[in-house]
Design a protein around this ligand. Structure first.
Ligand code: F0G
Length: 466
């Protein structure tokens, strides 16, 4: 670590403030104020990092790359090696599990499936707890420690909770998590139990949990780690830096991400914008967010804007109509009232991207295709490839354009879904009365074969598969 680097980081931490995103308010607040919405107007909060000067920025790329070879935990972390861009002092006791530094894979079969000449997938499921949440959680739990909080809480569809449980365990503080009972994958629930969190299964959906969290956050003893916490977004934005580094600082035409509570799209948008402000990239990639059809309030809002607005008009609507009873087998994104919709929509509009929705069948088939690339992901992540296929078909993405999809969760996060798809038994609202269940076809199914325990039987089945 050079002397100069230390100074840069300390200055960033000194200068950073929390700021309300509403232009009419733009209230600023100190970093130690425990706020999740603007105390003046109720608007969303983000952190203004007061980035390093452009002249200093030129040296950052090399410094960040060099840190990969360092033995120090904070240098090896894919979050903290970018600490010049983060609102923390150099001597902070960072809470890290070596998050980030995830692979960017070529995905030729998925590319062909979408009608693209090439496609790369950034696999955030290759993080310590198997989802993209870990980069943000490292920052949020570090801030909890800075503030001296003893209890951290979140509502979750399963991944945020697994991540918070792990980082809280690491930091030695209590994690309490609110999960919609019976609506999250068994694997995610198991993780949270293993990491020692207090697991509260509530009778309600994720949106009910989120409302409860906002009430709990008023208690000074409790620190909220959902993505309304602006420090979460700070950790998660580093994915944009790492991705650009992996692209050799050549900006891709499109970056496509799933959308649930809209924290990820907010964070990536902020990361790219900061790189642009620093002159480290020359333009923004078009940021496209893909939701599941039954849980797509932001896609619906975007479609309503799209037809009316003149080019270059990036003004934001004041409200978004929630989806009352969100439905999707991609339970990670079964969310009807995403808290970060405004920040995410702002990032999408600035970049010239879109927000769209895809069907359950499209998600399931895209997921199987990502598996055939030897990569795999959880259902919510596959909205990306499903969305790209649609956008190539509609001409919004050109066949030769460079496209990156962000996979958010590991293939083992939801094994029941996979097994049911490949056995041909996957169904939305299975067990619903009056024929309301919506079966999903196993288009690319690959069910296990029951085979006699003989050499001949196995050779015969191999022959049939050839
Ligand atoms: N993909 C996965 C695997 C997720 O777990 C989530 C969100 C998303 C995509 C959507 O990201 O909310 O930032 O737009 N999971 C949250 C949770 C809600 O509680 O684990 P987002």
């Amino acid at each position: 670590m050079t002397e100069k680097g230390t100074k840069t980081t300390e200055k960033a931490a000194e200068r950073a403030v929390q700021r309300c995103i509403e232009p009419a308010c733009a209230g600023t607040f100190g970093l130690r104020e425990r706020i999740y919405v603007c105390p003046r107007c109720g608007g969303s909060i983000e952190i203004d990092c007061r980035l390093p000067a452009r002249e200093e920025a030129g040296q950052l790329r090399e410094r960040w790359r060099m840190r990969l070879a360092s033995p120090e935990a904070r240098d090896r972390s894919g979050v903290w090696r970018f600490r010049e861009m983060l609102p923390f002092a150099e001597d902070t006791a960072f809470v890290t599990l070596r998050e980030g530094n995830t692979p960017l894979y070529d995905a030729p079969r998925s590319a062909h499936y979408c009608g693209l000449a090439g496609l790369r997938l950034k696999h955030q499921g290759m993080n310590p707890t198997g989802s993209f949440k870990d980069t943000g959680m490292s920052a949020a739990v570090t801030q909890a420690m800075v503030l001296g909080a003893r209890t951290v809480v979140c509502a979750s569809t399963g991944n945020t909770s697994a991540s918070l449980a792990a980082y809280a365990a690491r930091a030695g503080v209590t994690a309490a998590i609110l999960l919609p009972r019976g609506q999250i994958s068994a694997a995610k629930l198991a993780q949270s139990m293993d990491y020692g969190a207090l697991v509260c299964e509530i009778d309600g959906n994720f949106d009910d949990g989120m409302r409860l969290i906002q009430e709990l956050g008023e208690d000074p003893a409790i620190y909220v780690a959902n993505s309304i916490n602006p420090f979460r977004i700070e950790g998660q934005k580093t994915v944009a830096f790492e991705l650009m580094e992996q692209c050799g600082w050549e900006v891709p035409d499109h970056v496509v991400v799933p959308g649930g509570n809209m924290g990820n799209s907010t964070a990536l948008g902020k990361g790219f914008q900061e790189l642009l402000d620093l002159g480290l990239i020359s333009r923004l990639p078009k940021l496209t967010v893909v939701q599941a059809e039954g849980s797509a309030p932001v896609a619906r809002l975007f479609a309503s804007l799209d037809s009316r607005r003149p080019a270059g008009d990036n003004s934001l609507p004041a409200t978004m109509a929630p989806v009352e009873n969100p439905r999707t087998l991609a339970t990670a994104i079964k969310i009807g009232a995403p808290v970060s919709w405004k920040k995410a929509l702002r990032a999408v509009l600035r970049s010239g991207g879109r927000v769209i929705a895809v069907s359950e069948q499209e998600i399931a088939d895209a997921k199987a295709m990502i598996g055939r690339d030897g990569i795999g992901c959880e259902p919510a992540s596959a909205t990306t490839v499903a969305g790209m296929k649609r956008l190539v078909a509609s001409g919004h993405i050109g066949r030769e354009e460079s496209v990156i999809g962000v996979l958010t969760g590991h293939v083992l996060k939801d094994p029941d879904y996979i097994s049911q798809y490949h056995r041909g038994t996957l169904s939305l609202d299975a067990g619903a009365k009056d024929g309301a269940a919506q079966p999903i076809a196993g288009t690319f199914r690959n069910a296990p074969e029951r085979v006699a325990a003989t050499r001949a039987a196995i050779l015969e089945i191999l022959e049939r598969r050839r």
